[in-house]
Write a protein that binds this ligand. Structure first.
Ligand code: NAG
Ligand code: NAG
Length: 212
């Protein structure tokens, strides 16, 4: 290879690398302003909010027990303490959830992130924490060793293309088809069997919603 070709080649590698490092999932998106009214908390119906949720120094902490009651007396669903992003339900467009999550060692089996809604499905995306590993539903393993550390989560739902992308710490971990129109984002802890731990907790901060 001639020296000039080598230099061109190195420049090209450099540009590709810079592009890779500088690409952020929020590029091209516009932030949607949120107020506290957009953070609806769903918790066991017979408990006070402060028995399952706290919000201190910007950190929202949500916890639930495997034998807790559902969020509504007549509901047959499993126990949950979850933030449901409200007031921004959608059926079209390109939407993105961003937040920093933290799951303490000991919490296992819980669903920590969801896109609710879908055709013939109750969800279009589920991320579960098992023994420190994050799974897409009960299937694909998308990250390991995430106990006791903050990790950045970006979920893009492109309703026009019918796709969902999941980024963890800025790296694309999953691209999948959606299940028809999802309509809202959730995060927290939802006790979906099998193999849930008795105590389940996740913490969230800097939750943002973006739109394209
Ligand atoms: C969780 O904590 C237990 C007890 O301290 C330890 O044995 C285990 O390795 C930890 N698990 C993970 C995935 O860090
Ligand atoms: C649940 O636990 C059982 C027994 O430890 C194990 O065989 C099974 O694979 C677990 N299921 C999941 C989804 O982790």
């Amino acid at each position: 290879m001639r020296p000039s070709h080598l230099i061109l080649c190195l420049i090209l590698v450099y540009i590709i690398e810079i592009d890779r490092i500088c690409t952020d999932p929020i590029d091209g998106f516009t932030i949607v302003p949120l107020t506290e009214s957009n953070f609806e908390i769903q918790k066991p119906y017979d408990k006070l909010l402060e028995e399952r949720y706290s919000f201190t120094d910007g950190v929202r902490r949500l916890w639930v027990y495997a034998d807790d009651k559902p969020h509504e007396p007549d509901s047959k669903t499993m126990p949950r303490t979850e933030i449901r992003i409200s007031g921004l339900d959608y059926s079209s467009g390109v939407w993105q959830f961003e937040g920093y999550g933290f799951v303490p060692n000991g919490t296992s089996g819980a669903i920590i992130v969801q896109i609710h809604g879908g055709m013939g499905h109750s969800t279009t995306l589920i991320l579960r924490m098992y023994e420190g590993d994050v799974r897409y539903y009960l299937r694909d393993l998308i990250a390991t060793n995430l106990y006791d550390k903050w990790f950045r989560v970006n979920v893009i739902h492109d309703r026009n293309q019918g796709t969902v992308e999941v980024y963890l710490d800025g790296t694309l971990k999953l691209v999948t088809q959606d299940h028809g129109p999802g309509d809202l984002y959730k995060c927290g802890v939802y006790a979906a069997p099998p193999n849930v731990s008795y105590y389940m907790e996740s913490r969230w901060k800097d939750i943002k919603i973006y739109k394209k």
